[in-house]
Design a protein around this ligand. Structure first.
Ligand SMILES: *Cc1c(COP(=O)(O)O)cnc(C)c1O
Length: 375
């Protein structure tokens, strides 16, 4: 029976390492598992850093939803990103967006470069720029689309064709769209990474990450080894909670998509707003590619106000409903003056506000924005 996304999100993974009659698998807090009388066998659970029922359940679930063959779960999105980069060798070169998620930029510049990873941060909306940046030692192209916070769109299918021509692996940070809106492995990518702290968790109360692979190849074995031996693994409790949240992912994303589209239109029509970055708007430069590769445009909007840094911070300070906070993907709407949040090395504009549209009634959100944007 071929099941669709909504059905898989509810049913996949429930029966893995769950011999009980419980429909909802129990949380397995035990760090150790009994060794068989005949001695230890490789495929049995042994020690929880190496494997745990709840982690196996979540890994299966996210692999199925991203249409991959396997997944490795981590204690944060950054830990997942680290594992991908650590699977490369010193001297290898990567191509990565100039406006990549700021935590990933810091990871590359402050840590990985010191260990011999070479990197080119470029504008990934141009295929020519990507091709120009390719060197003989380029091993990985990092794609983040929509990008953060400018919502730039990269053509995943076109970049993966180019990468394959040069024998280069591609990874897509699919945190923002989620597999509900975008399926990078189907579009040709080799790996998908997630901060599951965002839409998968969905309630701003779990930190986590994951890597999903198209093929269980040598590169993924390296990632698996880094997960187990590097040790940045999620707790059984977090895996259990994540699996629980994921069961409603499809319906939450529908709400985020719908509400953000409505708020983006409201902002575009607002006299105090100089520009709106939302790939669902026809005026967005990446709209046509976004339409081709995304089912929905997500819950994230960035916009520029007609003022400077001080005025932008003041606007964010006036919200009554939208919470002032970083991060994204929760049921509650949050916003921030992005430059101050990113801190040192930020490439965000002074007057850029980034908002994560939650699942409140969109009219309430628009009313709050209306009063916050008043002079
Ligand atoms: C938040 C985020 C990350 C990092 O994930 P953490 O769970 O915070 O470590 C990576 N990429 C994107 C696009 C993100 O939004």
């Amino acid at each position: 029976m071929i099941m669709r996304f909504e059905t898989l999100a509810i049913h996949a993974g429930l029966d893995i390492e769950n011999p009980s009659a419980s429909i909802v698998p129990p949380i397995s807090p035990s760090t150790i598992f009994e060794i068989g009388k005949e001695g230890r066998s490789e495929d049995e659970l042994h020690y929880t850093r190496l494997g745990n029922p709840n982690r196996l359940q979540f890994e299966h679930l996210i692999a199925v939803l991203e249409q991959g063959s396997a997944a490795a779960a981590f204690s944060s999105g950054i830990a997942a990103a680290s594992a991908i980069l650590q699977a490369l060798d010193p001297g290898d070169h990567i191509i990565i967006p100039e406006d990549v998620y700021s935590g990933n930029r810091k990871l590359v510049k402050l840590i990985m470069n010191r260990w011999g990873l070479r990197s080119s941060f470029i504008d990934m909306t141009s295929l020519e720029r990507i091709e120009e940046a390719i060197r003989p030692e380029t091993r990985l192209i990092w794609i983040e689309t929509p990008s953060n916070p400018l919502m730039r769109i990269t053509d995943i299918a076109a970049v993966t064709v180019l990468a394959q021509k040069h024998g280069i692996r591609t990874v897509v940070d699919n945190t923002w769209p989620s597999p509900v809106n975008q399926l990078p492995l189907k579009l040709g990518a080799d790996l998908v990474m997630h901060s599951t702290s965002k839409y998968f968790g969905g309630h701003s109360d779990i930190l986590g990450g994951a890597v999903v692979t198209k093929a269980e190849d040598d590169f993924f074995s390296r990632i698996r080894t880094i997960q187990r031996m590097g040790g940045a693994v999620p707790s059984p409790q977090d895996c259990w909670l994540l699996a629980r949240s994921t069961r409603t992912l499809a319906y939450r994303m529908r709400g985020h998509n719908e509400h953000a589209a409505e708020v983006a239109r409201f902002l575009s029509d607002h006299p105090r707003v100089a520009d709106v970055y939302y790939p669902g708007l026809e005026s967005h430069p990446g709209h046509d590619i976004a339409k081709k590769q995304m089912k929905g445009f997500g819950g994230m909007i960035s916009f520029l106000v007609d003022g400077g840094e001080k005025e932008s911070i003041a606007i964010v300070g006036r919200s009554k409903l939208i919470k002032r906070a970083t991060s994204l993907g929760g049921v509650e709407s949050t916003w921030e003056h992005r430059k101050s949040s990113e801190g040192e090395g930020s490439v965000s504009l002074d007057n850029l506000i980034r908002v994560s549209i939650g699942l409140e009634h969109p009219d309430d959100l628009k009313e709050d924005l209306h009063q916050a944007l008043k002079r």
